[in-house]
Design a protein around this ligand. Structure first.
Ligand SMILES: Cc1ncc(COP(=O)(O)O)c(C=O)c1O
Length: 495
C-alpha cells in the first residue's frame, strides 16, 4: 500500500533557485502515495499505452511543449494538426465532408461546449426560449450537470429501463418547447451501456432538436470493437439526427492527457460553439473552446500518437481490451452472489451484489486491502472497472482476490458496518443529499483550503455530522437506511 510523502511542504518560492537533479529526484519521491497504475491495479484515470508508445507520446509532446494553440494564425502547425486529428476522428465516426469540430482539453470541456453550443443555437433560432432545458439519461456523465450549472440550463433526467439504457418513452414525455438538446451516451460510464441512440435521435429529428452523443469513453474504441465483429448498436454519425459527438483521445485514443474532440455534423452547428468579443481594448478576440491558452503538446501528441498506432494498432488494443473484459466478465459471472450490470462486448465491467449477505462496499474494502484501486458506485451499489489492454495480464489475480473478498464478507457480516464500507454505504443510501453535499464540500475545503496539502496521507474521514453518526450508530443507521431504500424501491415499482 502507498506510504506517506516524506518531503517538507513548499509554501513560498525558494529564495534561490534549486538544482535540477534534486528537484527531479523529489518529483519521483512525491509519487510514493500515488495509485500505482503501472501494475494494472487501477481501472480508470490512466489509459496505459505501454512503454514504447508512452515514450513516443512524450517525445511528440515535448516538441510542441511551448507552443500555444490559442492563435491558429500564429501557430499554423498546431492548427493543421488539430484539423487533421478532427478529420481522423470524424472519419472513424462516419462523418462526411461536412463534419467539423475542434480539439478540447478533455471530456468535460467537450460536454460543456456541446451544451453551450446548444444553448446559443436556441438563443439564435428561438430567442423567445428563456428557460432552455436539456434531457439526459439518469446515467449521463455529471459533466452535463456542470455544464447546465455553468451555462444556466435546466436538466431533466430521463429514467432507465431495466437494462440500464435510457427509457425513450420517458425522454419523449420530457420534451417540451424549452428543450434545446437531447443526450445519449455511447457508452455511459457507470455500467458501460450504449443508450438507444437511434430511437432518441428519431425523437430529436421529429422535434427539430439537436442531439449530442457522449462517446467520451467509446469514441476511440467502439469503432474497433465493431470491426472485430462484435455487435455494437449504431450510435455515430450514421444515425440521422445525431448532431454532435464528444470523443476523448486521452481515454481509448491512448494519447497524452488533456485531449478530446467535439465534432459537429456541420458548420451550421459549429458556429454556435465559437466565442467572439469585438470590443475589448486588447483587440478582437475569438476562441472556439473554453480556455484561452491551449497547450501545443497535447495537440502534437494526439496527432503523432494516433498515426503511430494506426488502425492496426487500435484494433490490437481493442482486441486485448475485450479479451481482458471477457475474462473478467466470465470470472465474475461465476462468483456466487455477484451479478454483472454491464453488457457483453463493452470495455466497461460493472458488478453488483446479488445476495443479501454480500455488501458491495465491504467487498470493495477487502479488494482495496489487497492492493486494488476501487471505483465504488451507487444506486445500485456497484464496482466499476474501465478495462484497458494492459488488464489482460492482471485479470486472473483480480478474480482470485474478488473470490476471496466475497468469501471474507460472507464470513464476517459485521464488515459492512466498518471502515470505508460504512461510510460509502451511508453516503449511497442516505436520503438527505444536502447533508452528503456538505460533507463532501468540507472534505474538498480541507483539500484545497489554506491547510490544503498538510495531511500527507488520505484525507481524514469526515468528522462532521456524518462521521459522528457513523461512529456512534453505524449498524442501526445502516438497517434504517436499508429499510428506507427498500420502501422507496417498492413505491417506485422497482422491486
Ligand atoms: C462517458 C463520459 N463522459 C465524459 C467524461 C468526462 O471526461 P473527462 O474526465 O476527460 O473530463 C467521462 C469521464 O470518465 C465519461 O466517462
Amino acid at each position: 500500500m502507498p506510504g506517506a510523502i516524506d518531503l517538507p511542504l513548499v509554501r513560498t518560492l525558494p529564495v534561490q533557485g534549486r538544482d535540477h537533479a534534486t528537484l527531479l529526484q523529489e518529483l519521483e519521491a512525491l509519487r510514493v502515495a500515488d495509485a500505482d497504475w503501472r501494475d494494472g491495479r487501477v481501472f480508470s484515470l490512466v489509459y496505459d499505452p505501454g512503454h514504447a508508445h508512452e515514450a513516443f507520446l512524450q517525445e511528440a509532446h515535448s516538441r510542441y511543449f511551448c507552443e500555444n494553440g490559442l492563435n491558429p494564425m500564429a501557430f499554423k502547425s498546431l492548427h493543421r494538426m488539430e484539423t487533421d486529428v478532427v478529420r481522423m476522428v470524424g472519419a472513424l465516426l462516419h462523418g462526411d465532408a461536412e463534419t467539423c469540430g475542434t480539439m478540447t482539453s478533455g471530456g468535460t470541456e467537450s460536454i460543456l461546449l456541446a451544451v453551450k453550443t446548444a444553448r446559443d443555437r436556441a438563443r439564435r433560432l428561438h430567442p423567445w426560449n428563456q428557460r432552455p432545458e436539456i434531457i439526459l439519461p439518469t446515467t449521463a456523465h455529471v459533466a452535463f450537470d456542470k455544464a447546465a450549472d455553468a451555462f444556466g440550463l435546466r436538466i431533466r433526467r430521463a429514467r432507465l429501463m431495466p437494462d440500464m439504457r435510457v427509457d425513450v418513452r420517458h425522454v419523449k414525455r420530457l420534451i417540451n418547447r424549452h428543450t434545446v438538446l437531447l443526450v445519449a451516451s455511447a457508452p455511459q460510464y457507470p455500467h458501460g451501456v450504449v443508450d438507444p441512440v437511434a430511437d432518441v435521435a428519431k425523437l430529436a429529428q421529429s422535434h427539430k432538436i439537436p442531439m449530442h452523443v457522449d462517446a467520451c469513453v467509446g469514441g476511440l474504441i467502439l469503432p474497433f470493437i465493431e470491426r472485430l465483429g462484435r455487435p455494437v448498436p449504431l450510435w455515430d454519425f450514421r444515425v440521422p439526427g445525431v448532431t454532435s459527438i464528444s470523443a476523448d483521445l486521452h481515454k481509448y485514443g491512448y494519447t497524452a492527457k488533456g485531449a478530446s474532440v467535439l465534432l459537429h455534423r456541420s458548420k451550421d452547428y459549429l458556429q454556435d460553439q465559437i466565442f467572439i468579443a469585438t470590443d475589448w481594448p486588447g483587440g478582437v478576440y475569438a476562441s472556439p473552446t473554453l480556455p484561452g491558452t491551449r497547450p501545443g503538446g497535447t495537440i502534437a501528441a494526439a496527432w503523432a500518437g494516433m498515426q503511430a498506432l494506426g488502425e492496426d494498432g487500435y484494433l490490437a488494443l481493442a482486441r486485448q481490451t475485450l479479451a481482458a473484459a471477457d475474462a473478467l466478465r466470465a470470472g465474475i459471472a461465476g462468483i456466487d452472489g455477484l451479478r454483472l450490470l454491464s453488457p457483453d462486448n463493452m470495455p466497461i465491467v460493472t458488478w453488483t451484489s446479488a445476495a443479501p449477505d454480500i455488501d458491495v462496499y465491504a467487498v470493495a474494502d477487502q479488494l482495496e486491502a489487497r492492493g486494488w484501486h476501487i471505483d465504488r458506485q451507487q444506486d445500485p451499489p456497484s464496482v466499476h472497472l474501465t478495462v484497458m489492454a494492459g488488464h489482460e495480464r492482471i485479470a486472473p489475480a483480480y478474480l482470485q482476490d474478488l473470490r476471496e473478498a466475497v468469501q471474507f464478507v460472507r464470513a464476517h457480516p459485521g464488515a459492512k458496518s466498518q471502515g470505508n464500507a460504512a461510510m460509502y454505504g451511508m453516503m449511497a443510501k442516505v436520503p438527505f443529499r444536502g447533508m452528503i453535499k456538505k460533507t463532501v464540500r468540507d472534505l474538498y475545503l480541507e483539500l484545497y483550503g489554506p491547510e490544503g496539502g498538510k495531511s500527507q496521507g488520505d484525507p481524514a474521514p469526515p468528522d462532521g455530522f456524518v462521521g459522528k453518526m457513523l461512529a456512534q450508530h453505524g449498524e442501526k443507521i445502516d438497517r434504517a437506511l436499508d429499510a428506507y431504500q427498500h420502501l422507496r424501491a417498492r413505491l417506485m415499482g422497482r422491486n
